[in-house]
Design a protein around this ligand. Structure first.
Ligand code: GDP
Ligand code: IMO
Ligand code: MG
Length: 427
């Protein structure tokens, strides 16, 4: 039975939440393996909209066990607020499992995230300001706080004192900010211990046992391939590994456990925050895509930058993640354009590139080379079979499939759970 990874193929917000939810009651475990509450996954069920930041989308399916893996950084205040918000709407999270090895985002990580961005000035990354990058820095620096530290008070105090001693020097002397009180931070974290206790588990063992038992385990990516700290448009990236291989590291399963990797790609391109985006449309066309697609961040409410589909970007994600399938989302948003340009290569200072340039500087200078495809005017939001789509829409999907290098197995034609077309079964 499969281990399946769902990965964003562009720069995030492709509709991973909806695609994950689509697999529905056939999924036994739904696992977040990277990122933190920088993610915002929106799912619409029976007209109700759910915005999830830390909990895996499988939480909306009562038969699925939601899991937070060791690769996630957890802000416990956000986690409990999210759980309470769902409880008020009748969604139960009592079966949530959280890895004892997951690192905790604390108040000082949020302060440092915001203050370092301010100091970077024009060179800022445009982070979500949730403390995600600083929490991962501490993890790699071996001065992070893990969920399991909440259950050993003296260790927790020692670790926080050591970590905050360094940080307070930095905050006060470099950034001209107030020092944080280690006692207050410790007490605040300890106040969560009793509540998180029943959820803490050896996630790696649970998932490996489940896979041995022929259960379906879905690893829900956050962020995206091109925001990956190793494979993305560095430094305009997040601080973790959202790629498919990140599921192995961030949940503790071996690579042979992964049977399918599904890339989620929007039928056009969006990006939030800074960094290169060759197909970005700065004028009225970009504004129309933003309005039609309601392209405002789920987490920060920021305007998403919008542009045409960049097949070069998605093809490179297909290669590096070995996508077995692509789920193409928001195709309905493209209704009404007479012609739809698709980027098939770049012009970099007079040289043509058919794949992403090796050098980041070249990518910053990449000018898109477009192929123009025919648009369509028909409303496709009620289509449920590929054959129901207008000819031009079918041709658009087929051309994207050729360019992206793997089959398109599903299509989103609206935000609701049922507004989808299945071409090949993903399970
Ligand atoms: P994620 O972070 O990848 O889960 O994506 P987000 O939830 O941040 O952004 C995707 C947005 O598009 C959400 O508001 C979804 O409800 C919406 N959405 C997802 N799939 C479709 C689709 O096929 N059509 C339309 N119109 N909206 C969609
Ligand atoms: P989902 O899972 C879109 C972007 C931020 C910023 C960069 C670094 O909803 O697709 P960070 O706070 O992670 O240090 O910010 O990454 N970013 C996202 N963009 N969707 C996301 O998540 C994102 N998570 C981070 O805007 O450019
Ligand atoms: Mg999102």
């Amino acid at each position: 039975m499969p281990g399946i990874v769902v990965v964003g193929a562009q720069w995030g917000d492709e509709g991973k939440g909806k695609a994950t939810d689509q697999l529905g009651d056939r999924v036994h475990y739904c696992v977040r393996y990277s990122g933190g509450n920088n993610a915002g996954h929106t799912i619409v069920v029976n007209g109700e909209r759910y915005a999830l930041h830390l909990l895996p989308s499988g939480i909306l399916n009562p038969d699925c066990v939601p899991v937070i893996g060791n690769g996630v950084v957890v802000d416990l205040d956000v986690l409990f607020t999210e759980i309470e918000g769902l409880a008020a709407r009748g969604v139960d999270a009592s079966h949530l499992l959280v890895s004892a090895n997951a690192h905790i985002i604390t108040s000082y990580h949020q302060v440092i995230d915001k203050v370092t961005e301010r100091f970077l000035g024009k060179a800022k990354i445009g982070t979500t300001g949730r403390g995600v990058g600083p929490a991962y820095s501490d993890k790699v620096n071996r001065i992070g706080i893990r969920i399991q530290d909440l259950f050993d008070e003296s260790i927790l105090r020692q670790k926080l004192e050591a970590s905050l001693d360094q940080k307070n020097h930095l905050l006060v002397k470099v950034y001209n900010r107030r020092a944080l009180d280690p006692v207050q931070v410790t007490e605040h974290l300890l106040s969560h211990a009793e509540r998180i206790g029943p959820h803490v588990a050896d996630v790696s063992r649970v998932l490996n046992d489940a896979l041995d038992d022929d259960k379906v385990v879905l690893f829900e990516g956050a962020q995206a391939h091109h925001l990956d700290v190793d494979h993305g448009t560095y430094p305009y990236v997040t601080s973790s590994n959202p790629i498919a291989a990140g599921a192995c590291v961030g949940a503790g399963v071996g690579p042979t456990r992964i049977n399918r990797t599904v890339g989620i790609a929007k039928a056009y391109t969006t990006r939030v925050g800074e960094g290169p985006m060759p197909t970005e449309l700065l004028g009225a066309e970009g504004e129309k895509l933003r309005t039609d697609g309601a392209e405002f961040g789920t987490t920060t409410g920021r305007k998403r930058r919008c542009g045409w589909f960049d097949a070069v970007v998605v093809e490179s994600a297909t290669k590096a993640n070995a996508f077995t399938d692509i789920f193409l989302t928001k195709l309905d948003i493209l209704t009404g354009w007479e012609k739809i340009p698709v980027c098939v290569g770049y012009d970099v200072n007079g040289t043509r590139h058919d794949t992403m340039p090796v050098s980041q500087s070249d990518f910053h200078h990449a000018r898109p080379i477009y192929e123009e495809l025919d648009g369509w005017t028909e409303d496709i939001s009620e289509c449920r079979k590929f054959g129901d789509l207008p000819q031009a829409t079918q041709a658009y999907v087929k051309r994207l499939e050729e360019l992206c290098g793997t089959r398109i197995s599903g299509i989103g034609v609206g935000p609701s759970r049922e507004q989808s077309i299945s071409i090949h079964d993903l399970l």
